[in-house]
Design a protein around this ligand. Structure first.
Ligand SMILES: *Cc1c(COP(=O)(O)O)cnc(C)c1O
Length: 481
């Protein structure tokens, strides 16, 4: 029970009752995590339950216990399933019970990390210091939590735009500047979209072809830059990918860094999930050159296992980063003492003014598990990807469609009408609740795509995926014949 306060305060009248309710809710969600393996990965939402969420605005109160019952019955069972070890779709992190608790504590503090002088900002700065250390960035670099890599890529582009065109761009925009920028055909859509949002236009961005390993063809990059210069354009930016979304390919960062230096381009790395492979000693050398980036965008909520959302942008030149966003507003005046101290504030480095305490769940995760253990999780998911590859290679009915570079495996069931059948196999897999891969197109062919990101995933989940793909494939092609 939760009785309403007679004043306008929204606090409980009886804290003991509230505490009991709270402990019960905590137990419910801990049970949910503990029993994750006993449930299907995903299940469809019954229409009746969807209907419960079409009600009119409630004017009066309800007991928290009854609202919680609705949550337990209608919401919790119908999650996307990314905490489940059988989830392999897209690139979704698994989260941890530790991160969950930290998120609760952050909500209790209800801190606003736009600015001002308080410890939560110091926690965020601590993460920046750690990330500087991890990526070999100088002390003058800046870091900022954002929703995700989509936002981080956008911020990087805005800083690069400011670096190239100067402070006038903030007043005049980019009209008639004849800019040119580069990424690969395998780049994430958020890189392309950033050019739209920044007013630079997506036509400015060249998508350089990839080699047989789906890595940017660096010679093609160099000749595209040369050609653009010859035709009077002004190349200013290149975005490399550390871990492409389709296949997990890592561009040759050192070679792209060389090209960027030669051509005086801003060197950005989209390392949404792959950048944190720096934590895994045997993978880190493959990211060499990342320390030469002007900016790195990545997510703690993918391979870092921090609960959603926790994206991050690191910029080598912190002052340039600040100048890109800082603006003077009288209500945001700074002081040397008291609450308005501590300038510059996080709001001087990005688009958001009010910001939540994403740093706390990240800090707990890194402190509690340590960088080595988080690196081992990353290594393990890559080993599982190789195990999945070996299971595919030994099955004549299955075909590997792309090299396995990190933790992503693309394959298909060989048959007539392969695209239709493989898309249907993935739908059936998801509906079965056994495993949840997603799909993508590899060289125009529909691929079953398994991205192993979750620390809970093990060999048995890989075996279950293979067994189910073979069973569905056989039954469908049998029906077909
Ligand atoms: C996931 C991903 C993104 C987008 O990140 P969000 O956190 O979803 O915004 C960008 N680039 C790559 C390579 C990704 O895998």
């Amino acid at each position: 029970m939760f009785r309403m306060n007679k004043t306008t305060s929204l606090d409980p009248v009886n804290w003991d009752e509230f505490r009991e309710q709270a402990h019960g809710m905590l137990d419910d969600i801990i049970d949910y995590l503990e029993q994750v393996r006993e449930r299907p990965v995903w299940r469809p939402i019954p229409d009746a339950i969807r209907e419960h969420f079409r009600e009119a605005l409630p004017l009066g109160p309800a007991a928290i216990s009854s609202v919680h019952e609705t949550f337990m019955h209608d919401v919790l069972p119908y999650a996307v399933g990314n905490i489940h070890p059988g989830f392999m779709g897209w690139v979704h992190g698994g989260g941890t019970p530790v991160g969950m608790l930290a998120e609760m504590l952050a909500a209790g503090m209800n801190a606003n990390l736009g600015g001002r002088d308080h410890m939560p900002i110091e926690v965020e700065k601590q993460i920046s210091i750690w990330m500087r250390e991890l990526f070999g960035f100088p002390e003058t670099s800046s870091g900022l939590f954002v929703t995700g890599t989509s936002m981080a890529n956008f911020i990087a582009l805005l800083v690069a735009r400011y670096a190239f065109l100067g402070s006038n761009v903030r007043k005049n925009g980019v009209h008639e500047h004849r800019l040119a920028a580069y990424t690969s055909e395998s780049a994430h859509g958020s890189v392309v979209r950033a050019f739209d949002f920044a007013g630079i236009g997506t036509d400015t961005l060249r998508q350089i072809p990839v080699n047989e390993n789906f890595e940017m063809d660096v010679e093609a990059l160099a000749s595209a830059v040369k050609k653009d210069r010859e035709s009077g354009l002004r190349p200013f930016f290149v975005s490399a990918t550390a871990g492409t979304v389709d296949t997990g390919a890592i561009d040759d960062l050192a070679a792209i860094a060389d090209c960027a230096r030669r051509e005086d381009l801003w060197f950005h790395v989209d390392g949404a999930f792959g950048a944190l492979a720096m934590l895994a000693p045997e993978i880190a050398p493959r990211l060499s050159g990342i320390d030469r980036a002007d900016s790195i965008a990545f997510d703690f909520h993918k391979w870092g296992q921090v609960p959603y959302d926790a994206g991050f942008i690191l910029v080598r030149d912190g002052e340039l980063h600040r100048k890109t966003f800082a603006s003077a507003a009288s209500y945001l005046r700074r002081e040397n003492r008291a609450l308005a101290a501590g300038s510059p504030w996080p709001c001087d480095f990005g688009l958001d003014l009010s910001r939540g305490f994403r740093a706390l769940k990240t800090w707990y995760t890194i402190k509690v598990f340590g960088a080595e253990k988080l690196g081992q999780v990353i290594s393990e998911t890559c080993k599982l990807a190789l195990y999945l590859k070996s299971r595919i290679m030994e099955q004549p009915q299955l075909e590997l469609l792309a090299p396995v570079s990190l933790n992503i495996v693309c394959f298909r069931y060989r048959c007539a009408e392969s695209d239709r059948v493989n898309a249907e196999i993935v739908v059936k897999l998801q509906e079965s609740g056994v495993a949840a891969p997603s799909t993508t197109l590899i060289k125009g062919m529909l691929a079953i795509r398994a991205a192993i990101v979750n620390h809970r995933t093990g060999k048995s989940n890989i075996d279950a995926l293979i067994d189910a793909v073979l069973a569905y494939g056989e039954s469908m092609t049998y029906e077909h014949a």
